[in-house]
Design a protein around this ligand. Structure first.
Ligand code: B12
Length: 308
C-alpha cells in the first residue's frame, strides 16, 4: 500500500473509531517549540510541575521515543458535553473531567487503530501517547493541520472549537503527511485573556502558577494563595473559563463517548453536598475519573479554600 493510500486508510479508520479528526506529520525536531518551552521553564512558569523539566530532548524529538520513528499520527477526541453541571448553588468541575478518565479511554482506542494499521503493514515499532508522556501534543496537532494554537495556548479546530483531547501514535512508518497548516485565527480577540480571573494569560502564554487549572489540580501545597481566594469563581477542579468565552467554541459539537457523560450523582451535587464531601462519597463520585489526580485531600482543600 502506498503512503498516500495508507494515510487515507488510517484517517478513515480513525473517524470510524469515533475520533473527531486525524492528521499526520513527519517526525521532526520541534525547534521553535523547544525555544518557547525552554524560556517558559526558565521563567519558572511551570510552578511545581517539575516533571516538565525531565525528558526535554524526548519532548522535542519523538525519534528518541520510538526507534525508527518516521510519522506522528495525531487524533482529536471531542469531550464537549450535552449536559453541564448546574451553575446555581454549585461548585464547578471542568467538562474534561465529567466522565471516565480520558487517558484510558483514548489509549484503548489508539491501540485499536494501531492494530488496524498493523493488519495492513505487519508489526510496527510504535507507541501510543495521550497527555502524560513527554510529547508536545498541541504542537503535533498544529503541524498535522488539525487547527491553530489560540491565545489561550490551546489547539483550536476551526469547525469544532477546542474542547478536544489530543492523542498520538508515533511509529516507524513513512506516511503522506498533511502539508497544510492552519493560520492563527484569533485576530484582535482577547476574550480569553480578559476573562481569566487570575490574569494567568498573556497572548499564547500561560503562567501556570496563576492558572486555576494548575492550582486546583497540579499544585500540591496545603495552602492555596490567599490573594486569589475571591478569584476561583466556584471552580474546584480544573477551569474552563478561557474556553467557555472563546468565540470558536460556538462550533463545539456534543461528544459521542458515553464514558464521558455526567453521572446523575454528580449532576445532583450542590454546595451543601460538596461541603459535606467525605472519602466514601468521593470514591463513589470519582472512581476511574481524572479527578483522582487531585484525590480526596486535594478536592477537599479546594472546596474548603473557597467556602471558608
Ligand atoms: C502542563 C500542561 C498544563 C499546564 C500548563 C498549560 C500550558 N499551556 O502549558 C496547566 C496545568 C495550567 C494546564 C491546564 C489545562 N490543560 Co493542560 N496540559 C499540559 C501538558 C501536560 C503539557 C503542556 C506543555 O508542554 N506546556 C509547555 C508550555 C511551554 O506550553 P505553551 O506555553 O502552551 O507553549 C507551547 C506552544 O504554545 C508553543 N508556543 C508557545 N509560544 C509560541 C510562539 C510561537 C511563534 C510558536 C511557533 C510556538 C509557540 O510552544 C510551546 C510548546 O508546545 C499537555 C499535554 C502534552 N503532553 O502536551 C496538556 C494539554 C495542553 N492540556 C489540555 C487541557 C484540556 C487543559 C485544560 C483545558 C484543562 C482544564 N479545563 O482545566 C487547562 C487549560 C489551561 C490553558 N489555557 O492552557 C489539553 C489541551 C487540548 C487542546 N485542545 O489544546 C492537553 C493537550 C492534554 C491532552 N492531551 O488533551 N495544562
Amino acid at each position: 500500500m502506498s503512503p498516500d493510500h495508507l494515510s487515507a486508510y488510517i484517517k478513515s479508520e480513525a473517524l470510524q473509531l469515533g475520533f473527531f479528526a486525524c492528521g499526520i506529520s513527519p517526525v521532526t525536531y520541534l525547534k521553535e517549540e523547544a525555544r518557547h518551552m525552554e524560556s517558559w521553564l526558565a521563567q519558572g512558569m511551570h510552578g511545581e510541575m517539575t516533571y516538565l523539566e525531565r525528558n526535554r530532548e524526548n519532548r522535542y524529538n519523538p525519534a528518541l521515543l520510538v526507534e525508527g520513528a518516521r510519522s506522528v499520527i495525531t487524533i482529536l477526541y471531542n469531550y464537549y458535553p450535552d449536559e453541564k453541571l448546574e451553575k446555581e448553588d454549585n461548585y464547578q468541575i471542568s467538562k474534561y473531567a465529567y466522565g471516565k478518565d480520558y487517558h484510558y479511554v483514548i489509549k484503548d482506542k489508539l491501540s485499536l487503530l494501531l492494530r488496524k494499521i498493523e493488519e495492513k503493514t505487519g508489526k510496527r515499532k510504535a507507541r501510543v501517547f495521550v497527555d502524560s508522556a513527554p510529547v508536545l501534543d498541541r504542537a503535533w496537532a498544529q503541524k498535522s493541520g488539525l487547527g491553530f494554537i489560540g491565545k489561550n495556548t490551546l489547539l483550536i479546530h476551526k469547525k469544532g472549537g477546542s474542547f478536544f483531547f489530543i492523542g498520538h501514535i508515533i511509529l516507524d512508518l513513512e506516511l503522506a503527511d498533511d502539508q497544510k497548516s492552519v493560520a492563527n485565527a484569533c485576530g484582535t480577540c482577547t476574550k480569553c485573556i480578559d476573562a481569566c480571573p487570575t490574569g494567568a494569560l498573556k497572548p499564547f502564554q500561560v503562567d501556570a502558577r496563576k492558572c486555576l487549572s494548575y492550582l486546583t489540580i497540579e499544585y500540591r501545597g496545603d495552602a492555596l494563595p490567599q490573594e486569589l481566594k475571591t478569584k476561583f469563581n466556584d471552580w474546584i477542579f480544573g477551569c474552563d473559563i478561557c474556553q467557555d468565552v472563546c468565540p470558536w467554541n460556538r462550533f463545539s459539537k456534543v461528544h459521542n463517548e458515553p464514558l464521558f457523560s455526567l453521572s446523575h450523582q454528580l449532576k445532583s451535587m450542590r454546595k451543601t453536598d460538596w461541603k459535606k464531601l467525605d472519602k466514601p462519597k468521593f470514591k463513589m463520585l470519582f472512581k476511574g475519573t481524572a479527578v483522582q489526580r487531585t484525590g480526596f485531600k486535594g478536592l477537599k482543600r479546594n472546596i474548603d479554600f473557597i467556602t471558608y
